[in-house]
Design a protein around this ligand. Sequence first.
Ligand code: FES
Ligand code: FES
Length: 163
Amino acid sequence: MKTITVTVNGTSYEESVPERMLLVDFLRDRLALTGTHVGCTYEGVCGACTVHLDGEAVKSCMMLAVQADGHAVTTVEGLAGADGPGPLQRAFSNSHGLQCGFCTPGILMNMSDFLARHPDPSDEEIRSGLVGNLCRCTGYVHIVRAVREAAREMREGASGVQA
Ligand code: FES
Ligand code: FES
């Protein structure tokens, strides 16, 4: 066992964890943050477990909880701002970017990091950014549309133009 201190969604936790415990299991089983999903039995291919580590998207089934010691983690539960869902979350709702919703938390976490680095992405860039996220329902057309719409709203918000 090892004691770790990790900040999750703005709250600091000090927990004793098995050294081989995965970060996704720590989030789901220890902190009950079940918005982070497991879709590929910990093989790193589906992206449903994506969270932010110090602001960067990572697959939490590919990390040990002890590797998050001293770092800040954001899960989908921490994505909304004080005013409620942000532009990316609203765009997924408005543009029908989800059906069953299983993949959605991971896609939101990956795309929020992606949009911070690509404020005006082409559809090709969005599709390339989504390569690590599997969705079995949507065919991706509405997901790409939602990301494009969120990018537009975020740019207009940054420039003071009314969305
Ligand atoms: S559960 Fe982590 S990538 Fe699938
Ligand atoms: S919306 Fe069902 S897996 Fe993506």
